[in-house]
Ligand binder design. Structure first.
Ligand code: KIV
Length: 291
């Protein structure tokens, strides 16, 4: 039987479920292409987030500022082809929504119309509440994103935890309320103290999805490549790496290169041969005789 694909209202409804039915938190993984989406889908992720982190994870960029609408559409299409049950949320890239409400709606709409996503995510607080309302009126569900918002990296002066002072924490709470009131169906909280995330989770009526925001959020999101150990180099301390796939992958590729160099690949098992009769005829006649 075909599986029902989760919708933004399904994810929103999980907020209530948490108190009635015990722990049933929302699992979110990033996905950037067909195989990563298929992996996350088969693993049971509720939401596949086509994050603009793809700039750093897949495109080798230093941050997310260079990621374009074209990049995001291209990758979102591939993810949507793999998603059967999970809700696909596409990240609005830098300058695709900040410039005007009209542009925000038009660009968000492209993710649904051209790529097949069923929701978008944008970074920022109350200043984007009008954008969220306009998107919602156009039929586009929106996930918010507060705390460390990587598209602000130039203003923040780096990838720094947010909401560490009482004043900053109160500001985050008020932005979270504004986004919930504007109609966001869920809210990512990135790199904020656990106490702040817990209070926001308690006080807003939409699910919070934490990344580096402690255990009290309604769900968690991690970058798939971090979970699988597919990203060499530094990892933020809040990441839990569940596997190291980089090392065996590099070893497998090195073995292939070595076997090619020494001529042991392809072996008989990987080689197709002609049927003996065809081979005899092939050996006996030249191509000019067929013509
Ligand atoms: O771009 C991204 O992957 C994200 C998540 C880390 C929340 O925004």
């Amino acid at each position: 039987m075909p599986q029902k694909q989760l919708t933004a209202p399904d994810i929103l409804a999980r907020k209530g479920n948490l108190t009635r039915e015990g722990v049933d938190k929302i699992s979110v993984l990033t996905a950037y292409d067909y195989p990563t989406a298929l992996l996350a889908e088969e693993a049971g992720a509720d939401v596949l987030l086509v994050g603009d982190s793809l700039g750093m994870v897949c495109l080798g960029l230093p941050d997310t500022l260079g990621v374009t609408m074209a990049d995001m559409l291209h990758h979102t299409k591939a993810v949507c082809r793999a998603a059967k049950r999970a809700l696909v949320v596409a990240d609005m890239p830098f300058l695709s929504y900040q410039t005007s409400i009209a542009e925000a709606v038009a660009n968000a709409g492209r993710f649904l119309q051209e790529a097949g996503a069923r929701a978008v995510k944008l970074e920022g607080g109350a200043e984007f509440a009008p954008h969220v309302r306009a998107m919602l009126s156009a039929g586009i569900p929106v996930m918010g994103h507060l705390g460390l918002t990587p598209q602000q990296v130039a203003v923040l002066g780096g990838f720094k935890a947010q909401g560490k002072t009482a004043r900053a924490a109160r500001a985050l709470l008020s932005h979270a309320r504004a986004l919930a009131e504007a109609g966001c169906f869920a809210l990512v909280l990135e790199a904020v103290p656990a106490e702040v995330a817990a209070r926001i989770t308690q006080e807003v009526g939409i699910p919070t999805i934490g990344i580096g925001a402690g255990p009290d959020c309604d769900g968690q999101v991690l970058v798939l490549h971090d979970v699988l150990g597919l990203c060499p180099g530094m990892r933020p301390s809040f990441v839990k790496q569940y596997a190291d796939l980089w090392t065996p992958a590099r070893e497998a590729l090195a073995a292939y290169c070595q076997e090619v160099r020494e001529g042991s690949f392809p072996a008989a098992a990987h080689t197709r041969r002609m049927a003996p009769a065809e081979l005899a005829e092939f050996a006996a006649r030249s191509e000019y005789e067929d013509a």
